[in-house]
Design a protein around this ligand. Sequence first.
Ligand code: PRX
Length: 645
Amino acid sequence: MSEVHTYPVPETFAANTLVTNDDYQRMYRQSVEDPQAFWSQQANDFLQWSKPFTNVVEEDLTKGHAAWFADGELNVSVNCIDRHLPTRAAQTALIWEGDDPADSKNITYQELHDNVGRLANLLKARGVNKGDRVCIYMPMIPEAAYAMLACTRIGAVHSVVFGGFSPDSLKDRILDSDCRLVITADEGVRGGRKVPLKANVDKALANCPDVHTAVVVKRTGANVDWDSKRDIWYAESVAEQSTDCAPEPMNAEDPLFILYTSGSTGKPKGVLHTTAGYLLASTMTFKYTFDYKEGDVFWCTADVGWITGHSYIVYGPLCAGAVSLMFEGVPTYPDASRCWQVVEKHKVNTFYTAPTAIRALMGAGDDFVTKCDRSSLKLLGTVGEPINPEAWEWYHNVVGENRCPIVDTWWQTETGAHMITPLPGATAMKPGSATRPFFGVQPALLDEKGQEIDGEGEGALVMKASWPSMIRSVYGDHQRMIDTYFSTFPGYYFTGDGARRDADGYYWITGRIDDVLNVSGHRLGTAEIESAIVLHEDTAEAAVVGYPHDIKGQGIYCYVTLKNGREPSEELRKELINLCVQEIGPIAKPDIIQWAPGLPKTRSGKIMRRILRKIACNELDSLGDTSTLADPSVVDELVDHRANK
Ligand code: PRX
């Protein structure tokens, strides 16, 4: 390891922080030594309960079981909206910045209340009851947040599907969780381009006979096909509804939402989060990790289709009564200074984004940054993938003018909220390290035998105890949750990541150790891409691995074996690429396709991905033992024809 530079907490920051290093030490200790007392206090400080809880937590990780605050009752929309009204009715809740820089508006907490109430009443009028699933397939417009909160108002379970997913992916997700109502828009707008959301919904719903209603927001006014039995316009339908909708009292462990995410095998899993634990963890981490102070403007650039958007655009900030900025566009439109123009325009105090965006903007040059006024910025954050120290330094020096701490937040869809992260007033930073565990989080590193590694070392990253926003189930397949997260190392939650712990106890995430790719901070299962490729009638077999990519973090490298008698061609390559985009969405577009006459397999027929990974990464000196392969010569053939030599 090269020498690591440590950046202390800036003194000006430490002087006025919610959590100093001493506070961190004390609170962390209490959170693990006396979780009942710690969480009881936090849950009462951060949330408003309609019926107080008496139990804090019951857990048995050997069974994947955890229940938090299980006899308490509350409503998420009341916590995110109503309880702020006495003091913040006129305060901005959401700042919406459109794709077009001339388009923006502010939504106050009162307006949020009225919009959410109307939509909640509309959902009820269309027959949505407590526990029913609602699919949200939306662009980044305020109605996406209204839709999520309207579901929580009436106890419906939302399943937000990222607007970049294909009609087929949307259909699979709607069917998997048996959604009966879909909320969408005529079109989305991103980077000056239109996204045909309603047309995608029409295609998906052709195979979803149980969906009785599609609520459509008019975003662009484009001509769209209309099924008058099923489709209703949002604006005219909510106009008929009252702004008051009585909140449904929910049990702490009632389902709150489902969010699909890729795993190493099979189709994406519907990760299920429940009400109180998720809301508490997203709110608490929002306050502490971002050191959020009254009136600060907080901007998380994620899409609400991902967990980051759920936790840090909608639930965490709104439950904390914050000002949350929602951005419809992309960081490079109209040009690479867009983010910093938005920072200047809305006086953003905290900016939270993914390393892939930072690398892309770094590549565009400093002028795009320095020409904008960033004096409002106090804190920067990253999420989604390991950040390389070079990008970290640029973010720190150029964007943050050496003033702003950076919080490198490690977490997952399944964890619901930050797990390992610096607290900016407490933790000295090391570029590339997610540093120390958040309150109540008890990470451990396991070796290949499943033994805990003490002190410095590297191994599989697991959690020794539950935390409030831990995944509770995989929708419709509880056993799959147990198999995926709680069986590899019995008694622990297995993250799927590897990590290293240094002498200071800091964690360095080394990346996935399963067959999950992280492309531009988005998770993709290699199995999903392989299934798409073998749909083509010319393909016999496919194996997909990741390789280092300068901007995207990981690129998608596909080895494809054709059926006997079929010939590789440029046209076929394009067809396969299009197939992945069509089946999954543009994020699954392969970067490299290598024609493979054969794949390295063990004698029992298992593909040796380790070797394929090494070839894709050009680590040809360390291919390891190939003698156990059924036919070792296929490796030479693949090496000779490597696609990105
Ligand atoms: O591999 C880790 C990586 O992203 C995975 C989780 O992906 P997803 O569920 O889509 O959630 C992304 C946003 C929370 C993790 O298993 N990851 C996430 N944050 C970091 C990270 N890797 C390194 N450093 C991070 N800060």
